[in-house]
Design a protein around this ligand. Structure first.
Ligand code: ADP
Ligand code: F6P
Length: 321
């Protein structure tokens, strides 16, 4: 294989740049030409890509976001859009494509391989950790650390005013970001879409903690929880007469310098994806299982399920009793 391309698609995630760097440099090391596609599938449909050199990816391993930009491209999902994207890849002689993104982006990659035979490899890039075939997605570790640091800040002011804070974090329908950040941030309660938690239960936890002398409380809530934070905040105010503040962390948690873990994961996955293309593999995704690098068929990987880590969830409850 002599010419490959790489793109980032869907929501950006810290570690995407480190991964682009790994793909570009591994490809060049193997004697390939590597093209960077701008704005995900939008760049395929609009033929917006350029050849990358070793120097094109200098000084980016430490940067959040993606130098290739990212987008959501509905046009690519149409028959015409897909045909144009494939024609553009073929016209440039691209023989393999690496897609860094989430499950939607992976479906697009598979469609390309099925329709025209160009091999594609997916690399999991999302802060949500909602791709169940892999231990962790790129960006998840960094986002958790960012949220934990913000919880520390919130804790300072909550303690000073003896308040309760309900902190909403991202994750779409997946509670992993709330769970891990909540455990690491010492939250008194963690509310995730996967586990039903009533406002009464949260109130009871906070009441108990106040009785043993706690002056502030942090409740971490995943954005995918139906009804949001209002039922919890209202109950705490009316039942316990506490001063409650809500914070939606928002996009602050998606940016920032990637952690060591995300940089190393990005480097390993980027290199491995290029290796798979070299070996003639197609329609695969890469990830880790128990820390080891693995690859799976795209559709099989997307269909995999994994319940939320209930042992970690219970541990959080025990430690915050
Ligand atoms: P993510 O990759 O993070 O799940 P999206 O679901 O928004 O993000 O998908 C990113 C892009 O991937 C979409 O804008 C679209 O161009 C492409 N895509 C998503 N779903 C499909 C699909 N079922 N078939 C083909 N392409 C898709
Ligand atoms: O998938 C990543 C993510 O940050 C989700 O956690 C969140 O729900 C969504 O993207 C936000 O999307 P946007 O940046 O388009 O508002």
């Amino acid at each position: 294989m002599k010419k490959i391309a790489v793109l980032t698609s869907g929501g950006d995630a810290p570690g995407m740049n480190a991964c682009i760097r790994a793909v570009v440099r591994s490809g060049i090391y193997d004697g390939m030409e590597v093209y960077g596609v701008k704005r995900g599938y939008y760049g395929l449909v609009n033929n917006d890509m350029e050849k990358m050199e070793m120097g094109s990816v200098s000084d980016i391993i430490q940067r959040g976001g993606t130098i290739l930009y990212t987008a959501r491209c509905p046009e690519f999902k149409t028959e015409e859009g897909m045909a144009v994207a494939i024609a553009n890849l073929k016209a440039r002689g691209i023989e393999g494509l690496i897609v860094i993104g989430g499950d939607g982006s992976f479906r697009g990659a598979r469609d390309i391989t099925v329709r025209c035979g160009i091999p594609t490899i997916g690399i999991p890039g999302t802060i949500d950790n909602d791709l169940k075939y892999t231990d962790f997605t790129l960006g998840f570790d960094t986002a958790c650390n960012t949220v934990v640091n913000l919880i520390n800040n919130i804790r300072d002011t909550m303690t000073s005013h003896e308040r309760v804070s309900v902190v909403e974090v991202m994750g779409r329908n997946c509670g992993d970001l709330a769970l891990y950040a909540g455990v690491a941030g010492g939250a008194e309660a963690i509310i995730v879409p996967e586990v039903e938690t009533t406002p009464e239960e949260v109130c009871e936890r906070v009441r108990r903690s106040r009785m043993r002398g706690k002056r502030s409380n942090i409740i971490v809530l995943a954005e995918g929880v139906k009804g949001g934070f209002d039922p919890y905040a209202e109950k705490l105010e009316t039942e316990l007469h506490l001063s409650v503040r809500t914070t939606v962390i928002g996009h602050i948690q998606r940016g920032g310098a990637p952690s060591m873990a995300d940089r190393v994961l990005a480097s390993r996955l980027g290199y491995y994806a290029v290796e798979l293309l070299q070996k003639g593999k197609a329609g695969r995704v890469v990830g880790t299982v128990d820390g080891k690098i693995v690859d799976f068929d795209i559709l099989e990987a997307i269909a995999m399920t994994r319940p939320i880590d209930m042992s970690l969830f219970r541990l959080a409850e025990i430690l915050a009793m």
